[in-house]
Ligand binder design. Structure first.
Ligand code: PMP
Length: 378
């Protein structure tokens, strides 16, 4: 019997059967009326998820493509931009902006820190303003979810456009593009939106759209105007899958989904703490996307991630970049339930025990279920 596998990463996440079925429908032509109607419905549903009334763009690319588009469509050569980063994905904004020769003011927080709204606003004004501020909502490499609403409040009236990487936060934790004043919000299909990787999305405010008309950085296939005039992407099957996933999400209700992710986060943290190991990500409800767990002294996280997969069929994330080997990341968004989180904790317990770590055994799963709100037999 082939080993059963459990995908418990913060993306790609498991895909519900309804989404797989929608993606298995016969092919439609991407410019034909049948598909255009589906794409329009997807955009309407996404407006609800982004809480944005303006343009919604769909790109046949990974999330990084929509990030790049949010640089090339807003900036001209030599423009100053501010990036506030606190991990691997925040630093990606810096890399993209530098590769286009922009003047990057980098407010760099150490990986694992939480950006401070007042410090971002202060750096922006010290720098004499910027064309745009780029920030990461949920820093998937560390588990930190920034207080985006407070950041947006502090930046309002600054004259800079606010661009948000919400690749792992859209549909996972609260976000309201229009009400919070977020000009561009970038996301991807493969995280809380429960669809395979390959589709990127953006909400674009009227001011951002108008800035894009004069922005002079070179761009072609990711040009917003071109993407919009195509009407939709040729990634027909992914859009059909996303349509089904958004229906599931909206029927559950965004608030109910956010509550589920919060409770799963609590469960994951409670399980790790019961085992006696330290959290790397903050022990707070906002950290509802992915829990990063610090490896005990002398234990290599890469060995643990491999053992969990080989021994228990559980795939989790390891540490990226400078955190390689130091942490293990368990995702809890999208089509992931408490049974997946407890499977991951159990697999982690086995792997750590076999690696010789001094951990408390036999308590993590019960602690997780209790924190989730399940009754645990006495
Ligand atoms: N930003 C964040 C916060 C992410 O989690 C990811 C994917 N892990 C990306 C950007 C990049 O997305 P993609 O891999 O789809 O390019």
């Amino acid at each position: 019997m082939p080993a059963k596998s459990h995908l418990v990463t913060p993306g790609p996440t498991p895909v519900p059967p309804e989404v797989v079925a929608a993606m298995s429908q016969p092919m439609l032509h991407h410019r034909g009326p049948d598909f255009q109607a589906i794409a329009e419905r997807v955009r309407t549903r996404l407006r609800e998820v982004f809480h944005a009334a303006g343009d919604i763009l769909l790109f046949a690319s990974s999330g990084t493509g929509a990030m790049e588009a949010a640089v090339t469509n807003l900036c001209s050569p030599g423009d100053r931009v501010l990036v506030a980063s606190a991990g691997h994905f925040g630093e990606r904004w810096v890399a993209i902006a530098r590769s286009y020769g922009l003047d990057v003011v980098h407010l760099r927080y150490a990986w694992g820190e939480t950006p401070v709204p007042g410090e971002i606003a202060a750096r922006l004004s010290e720098s004499g303003g910027a064309r745009a501020v780029y920030i990461t909502h949920s820093e998937t490499s560390t588990g930190v979810v920034a207080d985006l609403r407070a950041v947006a409040e502090r930046l309002s009236g600054s004259g800079a456009l606010l661009v948000v990487d919400a690749v792992s936060s859209l549909g996972a934790v609260p976000l309201a593009a229009d009400a919070w004043g977020l000009d561009v919000v970038v996301s991807g299909s493969q995280k809380a939106l429960m669809t395979p990787p390959g589709l990127a999305l953006s909400s674009v405010s009227a001011s951002a759209r108008s800035a894009s008309r004069t922005a002079a950085l070179p761009r072609f296939s990711l040009d917003w105007g071109r993407v919009e005039s195509f009407g939709s992407t040729p990634a027909v099957s992914l859009v059909m899958g996303l349509d089904a996933a958004l229906e599931l999400l909206l029927v559950e209700g965004l608030e109910a989904a956010f509550d589920r992710h919060r409770r799963l986060g609590r469960a994951c943290r409670a399980g790790a703490k019961a085992m006696g190991i330290d959290l790397f990500s903050p022990d707070e409800d906002r950290s509802a996307v992915v829990t990063a767990i610090r490896m005990p002294h002398g234990i290599d996280g890469r060995v643990i991630v491999r053992a969990m997969r080989e021994r228990s069929g559980v795939t989790v994330g390891g540490g990226q970049g400078e955190l390689a080997g130091q942490i293990v990341r368990i995702g809890h968004i999208g089509y992931i339930g408490v049974a997946d989180v407890t499977a991951a904790l159990a697999a982690l317990e086995v792997a750590l025990d076999e690696a010789g770590a001094a951990i408390e055994r036999g308590v993590a799963v019960a602690a997780a279920l209790e924190a989730y709100g399940e009754r645990v037999p006495a």
